[in-house]
Design a protein around this ligand. Structure first.
Ligand SMILES: CC(C)(COP(=O)(O)OP(=O)(O)OC[C@H]1O[C@@H](n2cnc3c(N)ncnc32)[C@H](O)[C@@H]1OP(=O)(O)O)[C@@H](O)C(=O)NCCC(=O)NCCS
Length: 167
């Protein structure tokens, strides 16, 4: 467990998710704004879906890291191992907590956990209009390795960047 102080002075705990966090995760996912959802998908998350996503978290192949502020979950990052040495991650910070350093704290933890798990190639995706995600990922050394264009993609404007980091 790690404690970080956000840019506006709030104490946030960065740690692996626990079963007891499920209701708070549901609250976080089901109250995301349209603006945030736009970067992720076309429709809202349902409680059932969040439960199902969480049921895949096993601490080995699928790892969930949460940012906890008091009684709320401010953000979640998930690491999904594809193989012994490669993994994909995703990060979501709730609207009420964005732009305070939490996304970067979660990414730092994801990189730490990835190294510990023997990951050598870490992959992330974001739409090309997602300037904040792109800034954060590049700040940590990620390089754009592919532009995927498909107008049927459920997020953003149909242009998604695949970024990777060698660990
Ligand atoms: C992308 C996301 C995870 C970042 O988390 P966050 O907690 O808001 O980010 P942080 O506060 O840690 O960092 C934001 C950085 O972006 C910078 N930034 C803010 N607005 C920006 C803009 N319009 N263009 C470029 N950089 C910008 C900030 O200055 C800060 O960088 P700095 O510390 O170098 O100054 C979060 O905003 C989010 O969940 N967005 C919606 C979902 C999403 O896009 N997920 C990721 C893709 S799947």
């Amino acid at each position: 467990m790690q404690r970080v102080t956000t840019k506006n002075g709030k104490n946030v705990e960065i740690r692996e998710a626990r079963v007891q966090d499920l209701d708070l995760l549901i609250e976080m996912y089901t109250t995301l704004s349209e603006k945030t959802l736009h970067f992720l998908r076309s429709n809202e998350f349902t409680p059932h879906e969040v439960r199902e996503m969480y049921s895949r978290v096993n601490g080995e192949k699928v790892i969930s890291i949460v940012a906890v502020n008091g009684e709320k979950i401010a953000g979640e990052a998930r690491l999904i191992k594809y193989s012994k040495t490669s993994a994909e991650f995703g990060i979501i910070v709730h609207d009420l907590y964005q732009n305070r350093g939490i996304g970067q704290a979660l990414l730092k933890k994801i990189i730490e956990v990835s190294k510990r798990k023997g990951v050598k190639r870490l992959i992330g995706f974001c739409t090309d209009e997602n300037k904040v995600a792109l800034h954060v990922y590049q700040k940590f050394g990620f390089k754009v390795e592919k532009v995927i264009t498909n107008r049927y993609l459920p997020m953003g404007n149909g242009r998604v960047l695949r970024l990777s980091l060698r660990l």
